[in-house]
Design a binder for this molecule. Structure first.
Ligand SMILES: Nc1ncnc2c1ncn2[C@@H]1O[C@H](COP(=O)(O)OP(=O)(O)OP(=O)(O)O)[C@@H](O)[C@H]1O
Length: 278
């Protein structure tokens, strides 16, 4: 089996005795695009930053390309692309100068890709970074993180400030990048439609715990809301993600009848997210 690009093994992290990551395990293999979904404060940024050695977990082990994340070699670091939630450096630079400096760190920089994206997103190279809109800055940050074909791409809400057209195009490129070059992508987002469009896998984080990690198609196909009147309905054949007085969200449904169920309904990713947090 190929070595995972990134693996989290039983990660715990607390701040002031408040748990932010609770026993999180996750593996990113080449070709996977994992969309990390969770509400504000769920622990997404903490999880992403800890992969880069920027945050040290209290317990557990994180490996990137097989190396411990807090002792990454320079060679491994050069194969990671990271776009934080808040960009940016290069204040006082023009776009062209910032790109030239950034490019100089990466021998695998793809000038054609850079030119294609600059054109597509209408970023003027003579514009001053300080004058760019938030969305334009985010676009530039994405170009800077992706144009050297990193093996591992970690994106913290990468497209939140982009308009829907730019979002759609970038998300498409992300997916192509992963599939073409055997890279892997872990990105966080609140935008369930973006995750549905490009992710191969979804990781759902709630109250510091990874409550679901699986292929997106499997999640879509086997998640259901079950309505019932009797409290003694037997749902033991499923993973119950949420249990209310007269309904439950179950995972692992295969189309069979459930005795006592009044209704068994599909849930979109957005409905799942809303209902889990309702
Ligand atoms: N350095 C810190 N000190 C104390 N608490 C922190 C620190 N960093 C993060 N936290 C807390 O940890 C929790 C998780 O934060 P994190 O930034 O990982 O969430 P998130 O899922 O990325 O949220 P968002 O979607 O709003 O970006 C939050 O409650 C946050 O306040």
């Amino acid at each position: 089996m190929e070595q995972p690009l990134l693996s989290y093994n039983n990660i715990y992290k607390s701040y002031d005795q408040r748990s932010v990551l609770n026993n999180v395990s996750l593996v990113l293999e080449p070709g996977m695009v994992i969309g990390l979904l969770g509400k504000n404060g769920a622990g997404k940024t903490t999880l992403l930053r800890s992969a880069l050695g920027l945050i040290a977990p209290d317990q557990g082990e994180i490996r990137v390309f097989g190396e411990p994340s807090d002792k990454l070699s320079a060679q491994s670091k050069a194969q990671i692309g990271y776009v934080p939630q808040q960009t940016f450096g290069y204040e006082g630079f023009k776009v062209a100068d910032a790109l030239a400096l950034h490019r100089s760190f990466y021998p695998t920089w793809d000038l054609q890709l850079e030119a294609k994206w600059l054109k597509r997103f209408e970023l003027a190279t003579d514009a001053a970074i300080n004058d760019l809109s938030i969305g334009q800055r985010q676009t530039l940050a994405l170009i800077m993180a992706m144009a050297y074909h990193p093996k591992l791409l970690i994106l913290d809400e990468p497209v939140a400030s982009l308009d829907p057209i730019a979002r759609r195009e970038f998300m498409g490129d992300l997916f192509d990048l992963a599939l073409d070059s055997g890279s892997g992508i872990l990105f966080s987002s609140h935008i369930t439609s973006d995750i549905e469009r490009v992710a191969s896998h979804i990781a759902l984080i709630k109250d510091a715990e990874l409550i679901l990690i699986d292929e997106l198609d499997v999640v879509r196909d086997t998640i259901r809301r079950v309505n019932f009147t009797e409290q003694n309905i037997d749902l033991s054949a499923y993973r119950v993600l949420n249990l209310q007085a007269n309904s439950a969200i179950i995972y692992g449904y295969q189309g069979e009848p459930i005795p006592g169920a009044l209704a068994i309904n599909h849930l979109s990713l957005e409905q799942l997210f809303v209902e889990l947090h309702g």
